[in-house]
Design a protein around this ligand. Structure first.
Ligand code: ATP
Ligand code: MG
Length: 647
């Protein structure tokens, strides 16, 4: 499809942004030619208790794999996100909290954040939590989630946040995997007006987690729950007994900050481990430059703190930069499909960062819910989580941003800690559907199946050939899995698992996960391009394609298509869609089978799970694998019952 549709950097953006095109080139060159000098300088953006003398100490060689940044530096992440701002920002809002109920909101200043975090830290200490202990956090999107994470960072405990939508089993697995003995949860969460029984789920999970000695419970909805004597305590009771100051624990740069289990689009969740110094430097720097954050901006990332996006871009990056960050408890369509835009107007949000799944869902509802709102405060839009179909990009740009706001399509992973490929809004012209160019210090490489590095305009496996400070350090408790997963397929490089195309301008286009690649008559095809062609049809809301065994072609293309609200599924439309893809991409990409899908199976972070769709297409729905991370397992039944006969 059109690679050359260009949205150039506007002149006012080039002027006001931290980085313009010339500066991007110069800084990028320096960052990859002399990473130690570059990051040695950037490392100073955080406060060190003991400054580092070493910067980069890395080997991607399997036999001697190690990744260390600022290794002899000592710092505390919570002090960097709170204390160091107090002289200037004690009364500035750190967190704007917007409740699921539109009548509920709160502003938390940096001073209040300090006091709440210190109290929670003191409670944890009083209950015996020590530096290095793992603490599991199972909370809704309420300020206490931020306090809990920062309190762990303050005392050197390693947090593992488990998304509040996960089941008791998923929670139990994650608690056991890192042997966490302390759990922080709430009575209930609220999403779209419905209660989420967090404490009851936790009680069920803890039946198989005998090592958990203490459960700290946040009172949120006031719903009825059971409190186990000797194990469960209320935060408000305990917090009243402790002071609102707590000295931050000096931490080595390479001491663990958190474990985060990946969402599991591709299999058994991995405990991704991030450390303190490099992670914070990278989260802070990417937040400043990618979102062009300036003092006074109101910044909103709609992710849940249970995902890495919430860690790096609701909490650590923004707070390290002294920003005002908005935390939203609810969902995009409650009370109605205007909610996001109402929140933007209410809090005068300038920077808005969300996921393609949300954009596609809102697009399905048409323009009216958007156009009821002003959105005049918006200056910049962002996307993360999946390839954004060009059609959705254009809608986001034209309808949400009124054609005025650049879009940063940010490619990164739980493993990368922060954004690796992205436009910088004042420096890099955007192309709808492309994550564009690498961030400072990031060296992407495309390699073929044998690991040969491909040059110029080409397509291949996306690797990163050198380290950046935010990189994960290991899989918790399974270093061999870390080596096997990321450094063995293509020796000497970090393998992302994603396929990618580079165009003649050097722009990167993520084509989908390599595991999902379809091979039709010897032509390898990413899922993104075919899906984007389908989504480009005016009647299509969302699409997912997978391969299935085909006698002649090796693999055929099986497409699951969700139509826009009110559109009839007919045989004519099926033919029209096949023809549409033929015209846009070519006959090789035309779907062999199209199944109408009222919903697509997604992870709880909203990503399409093609692994499951593939099994259905292959007629192996008895072997769907781990479906525990599915947001709505019932969509699978519908798809199985209505699957196309492939003859
Ligand atoms: P798991 O690794 O457990 O299967 P996951 O890969 O979904 O889960 P994340 O780390 O949240 O977990 O997601 C990272 C992946 O999301 C990337 O590897 C890529 O496939 C996709 N992704 C994220 N952002 C973008 C983007 N801007 N464009 C294209 N793809 C993206
Ligand atoms: Mg992944």
């Amino acid at each position: 499809m059109a690679d050359n549709e260009l949205f150039p950097v506007a002149a006012d953006w080039a002027k006001r942004a931290w980085v313009d095109a010339g500066k991007y080139k110069a800084m990028y060159e320096q960052s990859v030619q002399d990473p130690s000098a570059f990051w040695g300088e950037q490392g100073k953006r955080v406060d060190w208790i003991k400054p580092y003398s070493q910067v980069k100490d890395v080997s991607f060689d399997k036999a001697d794999l190690h990744i260390r940044w600022f290794a002899d530096g000592v710092l505390n992440v919570s002090a960097n996100c709170i204390d160091r701002h107090l002289p200037k920002r004690a009364s500035q809002t750190a967190i704007i909290w917007e409740g699921d109920d539109p009548s509920k909101a709160e502003s938390i200043t940096y001073q209040q954040l300090h006091d709440e975090v210190c109290r929670m830290a003191n409670v944890m200490k009083a209950k015996g939590v020590k530096k290095g202990d793992r603490v599991t956090i199972y909370l809704p999107m309420i300020p206490a989630a931020a306090y809990a994470m920062l309190a762990c960072a303050r005392i050197g405990a390693v947090h593992s946040v488990v998304f509040g939508g996960f089941s008791p089993d998923s929670l139990a697995n994650r608690i056991q995997d890192c042997d966490s003995q302390f759990l922080i949860t709430a009575d209930e969460g609220l999403r779209g007006g419905r209660g989420v029984p967090l404490k009851a789920n936790a009680d069920a999970a803890l039946k198989t987690c005998p090592n958990v000695k203490t459960v700290l419970v946040v009172k949120h909805t006031g719903g009825r729950i059971e409190m186990a004597a000797g194990r469960d305590v209320w935060l408000h009771d305990e917090a009243a007994k402790v002071p609102a100051t707590c000295a931050p624990e000096p931490m080595n740069a390479e001491d663990p900050l958190f474990i985060l289990y990946t969402s599991g689009s591709t299999g058994k969740p991995k405990g991704v481990l991030h450390t303190s110094g490099g992670y914070l430097v990278f989260a802070s720097m990417t937040h400043q430059y990618v979102f062009d954050y300036h003092d006074g901006d109101i910044y909103w990332c709609t992710a849940d703190v249970g995902w890495v996006t919430g860690h790096s871009y609701i909490l650590y990056g923004p707070l390290a930069n002294g920003a005002t960050t908005l935390m939203f408890e609810g969902v995009p369509n409650y009370p109605d499909a205007s909610r996001f835009w109402q929140v933007i107007d209410k809090h005068k949000v300038n920077i808005f960062y969300t996921a393609p799944t949300a954009i596609r869902a809102l697009m399905r509802e048409g323009e009216a819910p958007v156009k009821k709102t002003s959105r005049a405060s918006l200056r910049l839009l962002g996307s993360v989580g999946e390839p954004i179909n060009p059609e959705a990009w254009l809608w986001y740009h034209r309808v949400i941003g009124d054609g005025r706001c650049p879009i940063v399509d940010t490619w990164w992973q739980t493993e990368t800690g922060g954004i690796l490929i992205t436009p910088l809004p004042g420096a890099i012209d955007q192309k709808p559907g492309s994550a564009t160019l690498p961030f400072f210090g990031v060296k992407p490489e495309l390699v073929d199946g044998e690991g040969k590095v491909l040059d110029g305009a080409t397509e291949g496996n996306l690797c990163i050939s050198d380290s950046w400070p935010g990189q994960m350090r290991t899989v918790y408790g399974d270093h061999q899995r870390f080596i096997d997963t990321y450094f063995s397929t293509f020796p000497g490089k970090y393998f992302t698992g994603d396929g990618c195309r580079r165009d003649a301008d050097g722009y990167y286009w993520i084509t989908g996960r390599v595991d999902d690649v379809i091979n039709v008559s010897g032509h390898r095809m990413g899922t993104a391009e075919v899906e984007s062609a389908l989504v480009a049809h005016p009647k299509v809301a969302e699409a997912a394609v997978v391969g299935y065994p085909h006698n002649i072609k090796g693999q055929g293309i099986y497409a699951y298509v969700t139509l826009k609200t009110g559109i009839q599924a007919t045989e004519e439309l099926r033919k029209e869609l096949v023809q549409h893809v033929r015209t846009l991409i070519g006959p090789i990409a035309s779907p062999d089978l199209i199944q109408w899908a009222p919903g697509l199976p997604k992870t709880r972070s909203g990503k399409i799970m093609r692994r499951i769709l593939r099994k259905i297409a292959e007629n192996e729905h008895s072997a769907l694998g781990d479906t525990s991370t599915l947001a709505d397992p019932s969509v699978v039944d519908d798809l199985v019952n209505n699957r196309m006969n492939r003859g």
